[in-house]
Structures are given as C-alpha cells and as structure tokens.
Design a protein around this ligand. Structure first.
Ligand code: ATP
Ligand code: MG
Ligand code: MG
Ligand code: MG
Length: 574
C-alpha cells in the first residue's frame, strides 16, 4: 500500500469535544467522523483497524465451529411481540414505520430473528448442536451516546447464538464460546478479564462479561487477588454480581438497606432506560431494596430523576429477584392510596397487598419491582439527596474483603465491557414456539446461548489501553499496517524512492502488512503521523542510510531508533 494513493487525514489539534483519550486519538488520527449523535463514518484508516478486529473474531468463531450467516437489521414488530420485548426492551429500541404503517425495530440484538430462523430451519435433534453467528451493525438508541464509538448508537457487533438439546450441551457450547473469546482477546493483544455477570434481565443461568482493563472504563469489576491479574482461575465478577453474591446480614435498618442496595449509577440509568422515560430533570438517582414482613428481600425501588445515560438493568439480580416490571406512578398510587406515611422510614408495619398485575408498590418518581404477585411488600423511600453511589470507594465498602470465598481479597478495578456471553436456556425458543424432535420423536425446546462482542468498541478500548503522548500504540494484530516504510525526500531522490519501494515490495511479498509513506512529507510531520496512527514498526529509507547500507528502524514503543542492515531488518520484521 502506498500512502500517496490512500486517504490519510490527520489533525494537528486535539479535538475539544472529546473526553476520552481513545475518542480524541481516533478523531485526531482521522479514523472516524461523526455524522450524528452516536453515529460515525469509519474512514479508510479506521476501517482497516475495524476489519482486523473482525478478521480475528471471524477466525476464532469459525475455529470454534460457529457458522456465519447474516440477518436483517430491520425486524418486524410482530416478532418482538412474541417475546414481549417490543415493550420491555425500552427506549433503546429504535422503532420505525414503513409507508404502509407497519412497525419495525432496527435490531439492537437478534435473539428473536435467530429463533425465527431456527424454528424454520431446525427440525431434529440431529441438527444440533449448532451455533450461528454474524457480524453486523446494531442500533441502540442510547440516551447519552458518548466517547465516540465506545458508546455509540450504531455500532458493529459480532453476535452468536447456540442451540442444544440439553443443559449439558448448552454448557458445552457456552464453554466453547468462552474459550474462543479468550483466544480472541489474547490474540488482539489486550489485557482483559472475564468476570461473572448478572443474567437477570435476559434470563438463563450463567453469564460472563469480558472486560478490557482500563481506568476510564464505565464498569467496576471485582476480582480476587488469589491469582494475578491475568489468572482467570480466581473469582472475578462485575460489582453488581459481586454485591449480590456477598453474604451479609439481612437488611434491618435503612442504613443496611442502603449499603446493600444502593445501585451503581449505571443501574439507575438502566431503570430509566427500561422504562423508556425521557429524562429531563436534574439528576438524583437512588434505589433501595425492600423486604417483606418476614425479612425476605423483596423488591427494588428506584427513583430516577434527571438526564442519565442509559444502560441495561441489573436490578433483578441485585435484589435476588426473578423478573420485574414497571408500575406507573398512577398504578402505584392507586394501590397505595396516596398515603404519605408510606414515604417514611422502612415500613414493615405498613404492608401493601399487591393485587392485579401490579407487582411493585412504592411511591417515588419511578418504580421497578418484583414479580411476586400476591405477596406482602413493604417499602421505603430513600430520600432525595443521597450522594452519587457509583464510586469505587462506595463499591469497595460493600464488596471488598474475602467474599470471593477463595481466600483472596477482592480488588476493584475499572473495565470496558467488550464481550458478553449468556446461557439463555429455553426462554426465547419457548416463547416463540421453536421445537425440534428429540431422539424419542417428541417435540423438545432447544436450549440456547447468546454471545456478543463489541467489535467497534474493541477499537476504542484498545486505544484506552495502548497510547502515549504521541498517539496510538496498536497491538500488532489490530494495527492498520504493521510496518511503515518512510521515504526521505522521494521526489528529489529517485534512488531512495526506488530502494524504499523495493523494500516495501519485498516485505509485502513476505506477507507483511506494510505501507510506504511516499507522500513526500518532511521527516518531522511524517514521523508524527506514523506515531499518531500507531504503526508498530517504522523503517526510514534515506540517502545517508543507503550509502551506509543501512535502514533506520524503530519500534513504536522503543525509546531509540537503531541502524540495521537489510538482513537484520528482515529478521526483525519477520
Ligand atoms: P453496556 O453495558 O456497555 O451498555 P451491554 O451490556 O448493553 O453493554 P450487550 O447487550 O451485552 O451490551 O452487547 C454485547 C456487546 O456489544 C457488549 O459487550 C459491548 O461490547 C457491545 N456494545 C453494547 N452497547 C454498545 C454501544 N452502545 N456501543 C458500542 N458497543 C456496544
Ligand atoms: Mg447497554
Ligand atoms: Mg453491560
Ligand atoms: Mg452486556
């Protein structure tokens, strides 16, 4: 590849609108251009990186036996009605209408579509196990898209779905994907950690997230220091899961409740999102967990006011609940009466009989609650001016210590969620009437798993982990090119231009992804560009070097350049 024939457009100034370093550097390097909030064009340079990530993901999916297909982005409402998610998915679901007034969603995920495919394609247990995957643009109408492609509205995801006859099979398929994910992030050269995650909102038994470790990460993860950072054997969980698993006294006082149930910022945001509320007012978000008359943990009450970014709901697990639904304020008031006493401290003395299908009762701006019709529920309103809970210190106060149960101490660090795997069980297949004939000739519901990787988010996450003052330091597997051959003064020095082109061709013939910087820039700006866009190896071809029979070589992460003859250079780049 000759850079003079390519479109590279870097910026000298650091863009003011970007907050995160990855966002800044992606703009500065000209990898992405914003079209609208959370919607980006990938430039030719950015696309090279994205494709590299995609290629590793595809190779490992294929190696794990997953089979690629491609599903539509536009999905009919009727399909989403079958699983109840047309309403339940909340505000992230972008709903659109065609000229005949038929309604569609732009796919934020594809469980419904794959299950529809499966019920038409899979007839017998003999076709199982099978795992399908695709790499495709998803759209989620995030309330506050931010950090460039890190939290975009349109983004590229690899999503895979497995179908098995029984639970053991499902667990095997899941384990295969776990192993494939581990290989993917290892090959991409990222420092990452797999952590236990909550599967509450999606359902199923097992769920793990893969996090790229970075201080700027939106998530907090807890891990046991029994092993070391890279040792997946020790306990590791996202904080919501760690907190839910943490043994502790039953909540007896408001203080207890708060310490257990104060959710992360994300959780509060998630609730707002789930409820599809346009949040206009200034923020204060608080949640509390209640318990019933016998002290059983019972429900979560969440107050959300303000302009929050959205996220998924983890409340069900935090409170040890199964499913949940929202009640409107009117519904709640109807059940409570407008008893202001209910706004007092914990009120086991004021049980509320839950009737009809309103499963939660409490008075607040907004409420989410447990799906336990007919039980008594007591509630508490937490007050309106609690400090923001989502700090590492807060989280630590709840989960730190030996709860890991493996003799280690829990440590907290920040992570960027780049992958998420779930054992779904029968949930979607059952809801959508997807069955196969089992060995006995009986109709059986296949057990599913689903497995997502944020392909475009990985690009930003990698930069968060790998950068310096001068720009990006790509891990080799993700670099737009592995080697840059920089030519000094090619226009006035044909011999240098020829020698550089010959070196470029030779490296390319050896299968090295090499770019020839033949733009004729002065060395300073040329080197600055190559450092900014993060090319791992730089070779300078100059008249002086040619005379001495040497090339100037510098690894992107090395302090000094060195002078190498041709053989030594080829050996270094091999
Ligand atoms: P998050 O907690 O960051 O909102 P999620 O849990 O909602 O992510 P999943 O439903 O698990 O996301 O989707 C699978 C993967 O897709 C995530 O692990 C993440 O890497 C990626 N992803 C999700 N939302 C976005 C987004 N808005 N922008 C870029 N990538 C995303
Ligand atoms: Mg989300
Ligand atoms: Mg998540
Ligand atoms: Mg997730």
């Amino acid at each position: 590849m000759r850079l003079s024939q390519f479109h590279l457009h870097t910026e000298k100034e650091t863009p003011a609108e970007a907050e995160l370093i990855s966002h800044k550097l992606m703009l500065k390097a000209g990898m992405i251009r914003k079209l609208a909030a959370g919607i980006y064009t990938w430039s030719p340079l950015g696309l090279r990186v994205l494709r590299k990530v995609e290629a590793v993901v595809r190779e490992e999916m294929d190696a794990a036996g997953a089979i690629e297909l491609l599903m539509p982005s536009i999905q009919p409402r009727e399909l989403w009605e079958e699983t109840g998610r047309w309403e339940k998915f909340g505000g992230q679901l972008l709903k659109i209408r065609d000229r005949k007034d038929a309604e569609y969603a732009y796919g934020p995920t594809h469980e419904e579509v794959i299950t529809d495919f499966a019920r038409q394609e899979l007839a017998s247990y003999k076709q199982l196990p099978v795992t399908f995957y695709q790499v495709q643009a998803k759209f989620r109408d995030e309330i506050r898209p931010r950090f460039g492609v890190m939290r975009a509205r349109e983004f590229l995801m690899k999503d895979a779905y497995s179908f098995d006859v029984d639970a053991e099979g499902m667990a095997r398929s899941y384990d295969r994907m776990y192993a494939a994910y581990t290989r993917i992030f290892t090959r991409l050269g990222l420092r990452f950690r797999a952590v236990l995650a909550d599967s509450g909102a999606i359902g199923g038994d097992a769920s793990q997230e893969f996090h790229v470790l970075a201080d700027s990460g939106e998530d907090a993860i807890a891990w046991s220091d029994t092993g070391n950072e890279g040792d997946p054997a020790g306990y590791a969980a996202n904080v919501e899961t760690a907190r839910a698993a943490a043994p502790g006294p039953r909540p007896a006082s408001a203080e207890d409740m708060r310490s257990i149930a104060t959710p992360t910022q994300k959780t509060c945001e998630a609730v707002a999102e789930l409820m599809g509320i346009p949040l206009a007012r200034t923020v204060k978000s608080v949640a509390v967990m209640g318990h019933d008359g016998e002290g059983r943990e019972q429900f979560v009450l969440v107050l959300v006011r303000g302009d929050h970014e959205a996220n998924e709901v983890k409340l069900a697990k935090v409170a040890g609940l199964g499913d949940y639904r929202m009640a409107t304020e009117a519904e709640i008031l109807a059940h409570l009466g407008s008893d202001p006493g209910f706004l007092g401290p914990i009120a086991p003395a004021k049980p509320v009989r839950v009737v009809a299908d309103v499963e939660v009762a409490a008075m607040a701006d907004f409420v989410v609650g447990a799906n336990r019709p007919g039980e008594h529920i007591a509630g508490v309103n937490w007050g309106r001016d609690l400090p923001e809970p989502d700090t590492v210190a807060d989280v630590r106060s709840v989960v730190e210590g030996d709860r890991a149960g493996d003799g280690g101490t829990l440590r907290i660090m920040r992570g960027i969620e780049v992958g998420h795997i779930f054992q779904l069980g029968p949930k979607y297949a059952e809801a959508m009437g997807c069955t196969v004939l089992d060995a006995a000739g009986k109709a059986a519901v296949p057990l599913m798993g689903c497995y997502g990787i944020g392909v475009s988010r990985i690009v930003a996450a990698a930069i968060e982990q790998n950068h310096d003052q001068a720009g990006i330091l790509w891990p080799e597997a993700m670099a737009p090119w592995t080697v840059a051959v920089c030519v000094i003064n090619p226009k006035n020095d044909p011999a240098v231009a020829t020698a550089a082109a010959a070196l470029h061709d030779e490296l390319a013939a050896r299968g090295i992804d090499v770019v020839l910087d033949d733009r004729g820039l002065r060395p300073g700006p040329m080197f600055a560009d190559m450092e900014l866009i993060g090319i791992p190896h730089r070779v300078v071809v100059s008249a002086r070097g040619l005379e001495a029979g040497s090339f100037e070589y510098r690894a992107r992460n090395a302090a000094e350049a060195e002078s190498l003859d041709r053989e030594a250079l080829l050996a270094r780049l091999a």
